[in-house]
Write a protein that binds this ligand. Structure first.
Ligand SMILES: N[C@@H](CCC(=O)N[C@@H](CS)C(=O)NCC(=O)O)C(=O)O
Length: 234
């Protein structure tokens, strides 16, 4: 592959790939998606030797094979100048990004996989926990940080990695049917306004309204990703 080609290998879903896609778009870095559609695609990639721990996402960029979603995201954000201007900004970005990721991955996104791989009861328990955690631990904090922001962004006066990971997490919470049903986000108007603010940023607006933007995870996507990863038989 030519050294100037940037290519992201991941299933055709948001997952751990989406913040990387958003960071590439926000940084103005052109890339192609190498969607893993089948188990064979994943096995071929593993056998190709580019995946340090036999896991995706993989970003091929600058002649490097980058793995680890957080390492990749930081690399892209550094290239795009989205990594904060001072040490204080950088550590705030990391802290907020960690909270945002914990909010959605531990219970919300895993619930879809648990429904397929474990049971519906486990998935329902995940969602109950997720609602409690969102209300008691995460969303009030994000709302407060935004109430103190003069720029409309989470850290400093311009878009950073914190906004990318927060957007990924908040848009997931905003779109998940169980959360919509109880109108969870109505209690956090600044978080809702942030989703809109982020969606209207240059370059991101075009991406988010294009067919390249995947829908929020559902059971069908979880089953597809599970087959690609080998957690379910093909
Ligand atoms: N810590 C890694 C986790 C990556 C990961 O679990 N990737 C999954 C897909 S979402 C995978 O490739 N699983 C295949 C396997 O574990 O064999 C990261 O953040 O990139």
């Amino acid at each position: 592959m030519a050294a100037d080609i940037v290519r992201l290998s991941y299933p055709a879903s948001r997952g751990l790939g989406e913040p990387i896609r958003l960071a590439l778009v926000a940084s103005g870095i052109e890339y192609t998606d190498n969607y893993l559609r089948t188990r064979e695609d994943m096995v071929k990639l593993v056998e190709g030797g580019k995946l340090m721990f036999k896991q995706v996402p993989l970003l091929e960029i600058d002649g490097l094979n980058l793995i680890g979603s957080e390492a990749i995201l930081r690399y892209v954000c550094r290239k795009g100048g989205l990594d904060g201007k001072t040490d204080e900004e950088k550590v705030k970005i990391d802290m907020l990004a960690m909270g945002a990721k914990d909010m959605v991955f531990q219970n919300v996104i895993y619930s879809r996989f648990h429904e397929i791989l474990i049971s519906k009861e486990k998935a329902e328990e995940d969602i109950r926990t997720a609602i409690k955690e969102c209300k008691n631990r995460y969303l009030p904090v994000f709302e407060k940080v935004l109430s103190e922001s003069k720029s409309g962004f989470f850290v400093g006066d311009s878009l950073t990695m914190a906004d990318i990971v927060l957007f990924d997490a908040l848009s997931c919470v905003n779109e998940i049917p169980e959360f919509k049903e109880i109108r969870l986000m109505d209690e956090y108007p600044l978080c809702v306004a942030f989703i809109d603010h982020f969606s209207n940023q240059p370059r991101l607006k075009e991406y988010l309204t294009s067919e390249r933007r995947h829908t929020v995870i559902d059971l069908e996507q979880a089953a597809y990703a599970s087959r690609v990863m080998g957690w379910l038989p093909s």
